[in-house]
Design a protein around this ligand. Structure first.
Ligand SMILES: *[C@@H]1O[C@H](CO)[C@@H](O)[C@H](O)[C@H]1NC(C)=O
Ligand SMILES: *[C@@H]1O[C@H](CO)[C@@H](O)[C@H](O)[C@H]1NC(C)=O
Ligand SMILES: [Zn+2]
Length: 381
């Protein structure tokens, strides 16, 4: 009897503490309670009282899906050996899906200052799968991909800080809670149409978000410390919004005008409130039409001519947001420390995924079986 009572008491205390630490429903954000560096309300206001032209304009160049040999050469030509105004290397961000990825190229991108992030193992094609997925399923998809990349690309697991869900299909609180549980800093899957101009700054989920919810369900619980990097929509030439640039429909068909259209979208932030500007595409973006690569490359040159524009990963921008200071002051730099663990081999592995053959080049021994959900290291079972 005593034992039962005691257990009940402990359970009650544990539950109360749990509720205390993590209220189920997020409350309205009060900026006097939610303050940097750990907490930030969803807002179009800059994170500190800084003259707009002294706020670094961050630009996120991201790619989704597999990193393969063919695209890798394009990435190196675009992003290697170039620097931000503070002399640090520029970075693009790669949201990686597992299938067809060459992990030795992932290693190379990482040691050359590019950010590696997770985009699931299966990249399942049904959006319902992502909408309805459980936290366990998400842990296998994103935590598994993190484990898999760290092992086969031989990079430190804590270098992987971001996630993007396939098709930008949110699953309410689940993906954000799992992102936090598996040690990620931010999610970059949530578009905004409403907060384009002025743009929505990255924020944490400690309190209720007022962000519009184009592909819900969106989170409603408090998830302290997890950062949302909103995908601020672009508009095409018919003024129709698009979150992934390769999903914009009415776009110019020659390189000069395409570049002009990139600059117009960029200028919404740059001449506006300087919320970070994202240029989000899939790895196959350049395969479709050669004018895209020309315009993209010239756009990078254009940005490199501006002394207040920084081409960085979302995680580097978040470091500035946590301790914002006018350009050139404060301790923030866009330099990222990279730990090169080497790429043993690399080994080109031929494996079976059901009836199909998959090739996988890795900075490790070849796995026994093709790595997949529930077995990210591809161990014999
Ligand atoms: C970057 O610079 C290094 C050192 O000068 C050079 O070896 C490498 O080929 C360059 N890479 C690219 C893609 O330009
Ligand atoms: C950017 O927008 C501002 C304000 O709307 C405008 O004055 C400026 O000409 C634009 N710059 C470019 C390069 O389009
Ligand atoms: Zn994808």
């Amino acid at each position: 009897m005593m034992k039962v009572l005691l257990l009940t008491l402990i359970a009650t205390v544990v539950m109360a503490r749990h509720t205390n630490l993590k209220p189920r429903a997020a409350e309205a954000c009060d900026s006097t309670k939610c303050s940097l560096p750990d907490c930030k309300c969803a807002s179009t206001k800059a994170p500190a009282d800084i003259e707009t032209n002294e706020i670094p304009q961050f630009v996120f160049f991201t790619f989704d899906d597999a990193i393969q040999v063919a695209n890798y050469d394009i990435y190196t030509s675009l992003f290697y050996n170039k620097t931000n105004p503070d002399g640090c290397p520029i970075s693009a961000t790669f949201f990686m899906a597992h299938e067809y990825t060459d992990y030795s190229k992932v290693h190379d991108l990482y040691i050359n200052s590019q950010e590696i992030a997770v985009h699931s193992i299966t990249h399942e094609a049904l959006t319902d799968y992502w909408r309805d997925i459980s936290k366990e399923g998400l842990t296998d998809e994103f935590g598994g991909e993190k484990t898999l990349i760290a092992h086969f690309a031989n990079i430190p697991e804590d270098a992987i800080k971001g996630m993007r869900i396939p098709f930008l299909q949110l699953s309410g609180d689940n993906s954000f809670e799992v992102g936090q549980e598996i040690g990620l800093t931010y999610d970059c899957s949530w578009p905004t149409q409403t907060f384009r101009n002025p743009g929505l700054w990255p924020y944490t989920l400690d309190y209720k978000s007022n962000q519009d919810c184009p592909i819900g369900p969106c989170p409603s619980e408090a998830i302290p410390g997890m950062w949302v990097v909103p995908m601020i929509d672009w508009t095409d030439q018919s003024n129709i919004v698009c979150s992934m640039v390769d999903a914009c429909v009415n776009i110019p068909d020659n390189a000069d005008e395409l570049l002009g259209w990139f600059i117009d979208n960029f200028n919404v932030s740059y001449s506006g409130n300087r919320a970070p500007f994202g240029f989000y595409v899939h790895a196959a973006y350049f395969n479709v039409d050669p004018i895209r690569l020309e315009a993209y490359s010239r756009f990078i040159d254009y940005l490199q001519g501006l002394d207040d524009v920084y081409l960085v990963s979302p995680s580097t921008a978040i470091e500035w947001i946590k301790n914002p200071a006018p350009i050139g002051s404060g301790s923030w730099t866009s330099c990222v420390e990279v730990e090169d663990l080497g790429c043993p081999g690399p080994n080109a592995c031929q494996l079976q995924k059901g009836d199909e053959t998959r090739y996988m080049t890795v900075c490790s021994e070849c796995p026994d079986v093709y790595p997949w959900l529930g077995n990210p290291l591809g161990e014999q079972q």
